[in-house]
Design a protein around this ligand. Structure first.
Ligand code: NDP
Length: 485
């Protein structure tokens, strides 16, 4: 059967490597559950070859003047922007996210980060410091490239994650071997071709294909200097453990269970909009989602009434249609996991189901093409308590839990009572209260009266078990995949 997209292979030595595999699997369009491309798993021997290709490229690339590397990467950013809609369609087919999202967020925010790091190193970001000890004695520091780095990506923002990892890595003079998630691999070799067209030399950016086993082989490889990983906490622990065995640097961007705090004076409309953004954007498959929504007891009914009205504006449907703003979940295993959590919330946690639930969404009755896809309803549980499993564990789907509270200090301590610390946010009209509360929240990212914005200039990273290091911003060159510490 011919499939809509060309097969995907490893990419190294500046080209696709059709001999890099002895087995393959299919990537699936989550909206329809139909296969869209054959993906060829990279063999260990071919992963070794990709690493050798990167090692060969490293001396010349790291010695290339930063301003020249910057010029090449700026060209790549321009090529990505010129191909925005084509790349967004690929991401929509692979992830199920509506084109309205992928065409305005995924490629754009990836290209912005590439341009940011190109400009940073082009503008002196690799310069060291000097200090004069005595009239005839100086010390100086240098910023050094690391070598060959591994990038391992999650499936929720495939091309964005690939760019957030490769941009500081390449800008700082390193080479990368990148493994996309097996669920969303389509972007990977297109990005490699874009880099090549922009003038990135062969071996500087390489791709290997496959599942966790390919990631594990890459992580433990003695020639890898750093592992930059995005994924679940449990996988992150394995990856960081394996990297520690080789004393490798790591950046870990892991999961969250973030608190979205509606303070008593908040504007209800703004708070409901924020909570919806923090739970339903990308069908809830965003690491920074504010899935624990703390609402003052006295505001609960008004908040819920407004939420139920606004939920009607969520429009599932043809993911390529400009009117659609809600897609399916990414895969069958993930669909099963989210439905299990919803059932657990109803049957075991005995939370109050305000809307949604495990049934198939009603729009499917008039959309036969999508019958087999991984569609779920936006779901809200209310009157939840902190001990419920749906409140404690990351679901990574469109499942909001409303937690009533009576005092702000009680709310802050409950918000912090988790092993995760990726993001948090408050909604209030009182900016000084906002800053007081935010300062007490144990999270790497905090927002006030907004949710989810993450520009290239802003460093992102989790506290506690949500991660190690940061991506983006000036700190991203040191604590992301850039320079030797
Ligand atoms: P996983 O942890 O399942 O997978 C992440 C990547 O690791 C995939 O490429 C996976 O391969 C690979 N992998 C699996 N096992 C191993 C192993 N033993 N060694 C090396 N690599 C391995 O995460 P998901 O893909 O399910 O992504 C969702 C998670 O990512 C959520 O928890 C979310 O919060 C988090 N995330 C965090 C972000 C942040 O910035 N903090 C941003 C985005 C997502 P394969 O998929 O092929 O099995």
């Amino acid at each position: 059967m011919s499939l809509p997209y060309a097969p995907r292979f490893a990419f190294y030595d500046g080209k696709l490597q059709s001999g890099s595999s002895t087995s393959s699997f299919q990537t699936i369009d989550p909206a329809t559950a139909k296969p869209i491309a054959n993906i060829h798993t990279t063999t260990h021997a071919a992963i070794d070859s990709a690493i050798v290709s990167a090692q060969k490229a490293f001396p010349a690339w790291s010695a290339t003047p930063p301003i020249e590397r910057a010029r090449i990467l700026q060209r790549a950013a321009a090529l990505l922007r010129a191909r925005n809609d084509e790349l967004a369609r690929i991401e929509t087919s692979d992830t199920g996210k509506p084109f309205t999202e992928t065409s305005t967020v995924d490629v754009v925010t990836g290209a912005d980060v590439l341009e940011f790091f190109a400009n940073l190193v082009g503008g002196g970001g690799m310069n060291g410091e000097t200090a004069q000890l005595r009239p005839d004695a100086w010390v100086y520091t240098t910023k050094n490239s690391l070598g060959v780095c591994a990038g391992i990506g999650a499936w929720n923002y495939p091309i964005q994650i690939a760019l957030w990892k490769s941009a500081p890595c390449l800008a700082a003079g390193n080479c990368m071997v990148y493994k996309p998630s097996e669920f969303t691999p389509l972007h990977s070799t297109v990005l490699a071709e874009v880099y090549a067209e922009a003038g990135v030399p062969p071996g500087v950016f390489n791709v290997v294909q496959g599942g966790g086993e390919v990631g594990a082989y890459l992580t433990q490889h003695p020639s890898i200097a750093k592992v930059s990983f995005t994924g679940q906490v449990a996988t992150g622990k394995k990856v960081a453990g394996a990297a520690a065995g080789g004393m490798k640097y790591v950046t870990m961007e892991l999961g969250g269970k973030s608190a979205c705090i509606i303070l008593p004076d908040a504007d209800i409309d703004q708070a409901v909009d924020g909570a919806m953004m923090a739970n339903f954007f990308s069908t809830g498959q965003v690491c920074t989602n504010g899935t624990r929504v703390f609402v003052p007891e006295a505001m609960k009914s008004a908040f819920e009434a407004r939420l139920l009205e606004k939920i009607n504006h969520i429009r599932p449907g043809d993911v390529h249609d400009p009117n659609t703003n809600f897609g399916p979940l990414v895969s069958k295993p993930h669909y099963d996991k989210v439905i299990q959590y919803i059932n657990h919330g109803i049957k075991e946690d005995k939370a109050t189901l305000l809307t949604g639930g495990p049934d198939r969404p009603s729009f499917l009755s008039s959309s036969p093409a999508y019958h087999s896809g991984y569609w779920v309803r936006p779901t809200v549980f209310t009157s939840c308590t902190d001990t419920m499993k749906i409140v404690r564990e990351e679901i990574f789907g469109p499942v909001m839990t409303i937690l009533p509270y009576t005092s702000v200090s009680e709310c802050i301590s409950r918000a912090n009572a988790t092993q995760l610390g990726l993001a948090a946010g408050v909604f209030t009209r009182d900016l000084s209260l906002a800053h007081k509360v935010v300062a007490q929240l144990e999270a790497g990212i905090t927002w006030v009266n907004t949710w989810g914005e993450s520009p290239a200039e802003m460093s992102v990273g989790g506290w506690k078990q949500s991660g190690v290091g940061v991506e983006n911003g000036k700190r991203g060159l040191r604590l992301g995949c850039g320079i030797r510490l």
